[in-house]
Design a protein around this ligand. Structure first.
Ligand SMILES: Cc1cc2nc3c(=O)[nH]c(=O)nc-3n(C[C@H](O)[C@H](O)[C@H](O)COP(=O)(O)OP(=O)(O)OC[C@H]3O[C@@H](n4cnc5c(N)ncnc54)[C@H](O)[C@@H]3O)c2cc1C
Length: 345
């Protein structure tokens, strides 16, 4: 507990002093903060589970980062939950270069044909002398810059997990996105690339499970960042002779948001301690939906200033939208919950 508190204090300071000053540039210029990733590695936050921390503490780290930058939080999630941690858990491959930020990792599951319907994926792996991977991956976070790709590919119609090193057989092209900019989102093509087999669907499933909890933590952090903005503005802006937040209707909006954040945080802790499919999906569904509402309410408190290009809340408003799509959309989470109804009721 003491160690967790110490690392969270470190992350809070790091977020304020190192990440926040770059947040606007990352978004405005669609700029990938390569050195920052190394710095994150140097303070040990690119694979907290590997450092012996529990999942809940790892998620609190992500929440702290998301308070100041959705983009950097997504980078951390892609590098950590989607790549480094599954490799560490399911293979003997050395993850030190990923944990230190020396190497960049990407997770390739979604394809141009299919994101939700992963069973229809077209990427294939064929065993010759070595495993040879051919296919295309879409929307890949850090895909533009990755040194190593954790790729889902079919072997005899079953999804397996492979590691593919950066090589001329790979071509990448940039995808411009609305929010979470500066994260190197890419369309990645593999043309007969050598791959290392590290396991079956369980590797991908594990990445998705902790990744979905991570997206939940990110959504909570983004909503908290929005509330902080609303509090600051609402306590200084005067309308009809008093501060915006002295009008009870507005103060209650903030109170309502805070009560929802407290509920989500306790659900996050519960799910981290009781990981199963329907709990993870329920957490992701509700945290991303509710956090989006909180961001919207916070922006409303700021009036036109909240709508201004370049304001922090305008960035959060765009960033939060991804949490209802990435790592399984709302509809996919509802589908998973619906398959488990008889276990719940
Ligand atoms: C910025 C960004 C970063 C991303 N990073 C990564 C990454 O690093 N790695 C990676 O592999 N992927 C990544 N993704 C992809 C993301 O996971 C997919 O976009 C997501 O899973 C949805 O897939 P899709 O876009 O193909 O939508 P589709 O699967 O085509 O779905 C379209 C719509 O139909 C809905 N739908 C799907 N199935 C059903 C159903 N059975 N019933 C009702 N409605 C349904 C969906 O919810 C959605 O609303 C990223 C996406 C974005 C935008």
């Amino acid at each position: 507990m003491l160690e967790s508190q110490l690392i969270l204090d470190t992350v809070r300071n790091f977020s304020k002093n190192k990440i926040e000053p770059l947040s606007e540039k990352i978004d405005r210029e669609d700029w990938y903060p390569r050195n920052l990733v190394r710095e994150m590695g140097s303070i040990g936050i690119l694979n907290p589970l590997y450092q012996g921390l529990d999942l809940y503490t790892a998620m609190l780290i992500l929440e702290e980062i998301a308070k100041v930058s959705g983009s950097v939080a997504l980078i951390q999630d892609a590098q950590t939950e989607l790549v480094t941690e599954p490799i560490r858990k399911f293979s003997k491959v050395d993850v030190n270069a990923l944990s230190s930020g020396e190497k960049i990792g990407s997770f390739g599951l979604s394809e141009p044909c299919c994101g939700s319907d992963t069973s229809s994926m077209k990427t294939k792996a064929v065993k010759k002398n070595e495993w040879i991977i051919t296919g295309e991956k879409m929307w890949i976070t850090q895909g533009l810059y990755a040194d190593l790709y954790l790729v889902a590919a079919k072997v005899d119609n079953k999804i397996n997990a492979f590691l593919v090193n950066r090589d001329p057989c790979i071509s990448v092209s940039k995808i411009e996105v609305m929010g979470n900019r500066g994260t190197g989102t890419a369309h990645v093509k593999f043309e007969e690339c050598k791959g290392e087999h590290i396991g079956g669907w369980e590797v991908i499933k594990y990445a998705l499970n902790i990744g979905r909890v991570a997206i939940s933590a990110i959504s909570i952090g983004l909503a908290e960042g929005a509330i902080e903005e609303a509090l600051e503005w609402g306590n200084s802006r005067i309308v009809f002779g008093k501060k915006v937040l002295e009008h009870q209707g507005n103060l209650w909006k903030v109170s309502d948001s805070i009560s929802k954040i407290l509920m989500l945080k306790s659900f996050l802790k519960y799910v981290c301690e009781n990981m199963n499919d329907y709990l993870i999906s329920s957490l992701k569904l509700q945290s991303s939906r509710i956090s989006q509402e909180i961001v919207d309410q916070s922006l409303q408190i700021m009036g036109g200033m909240g709508y201004a290009k370049g304001s922090k809340i305008e960035r959060i408003y765009r960033d939060i939208r991804l949490t209802r799509i990435g790592e399984g959309s709302d509809e996919v989470q509802l589908h998973i919950i619906s398959k488990n109804i008889n276990k719940i009721f």
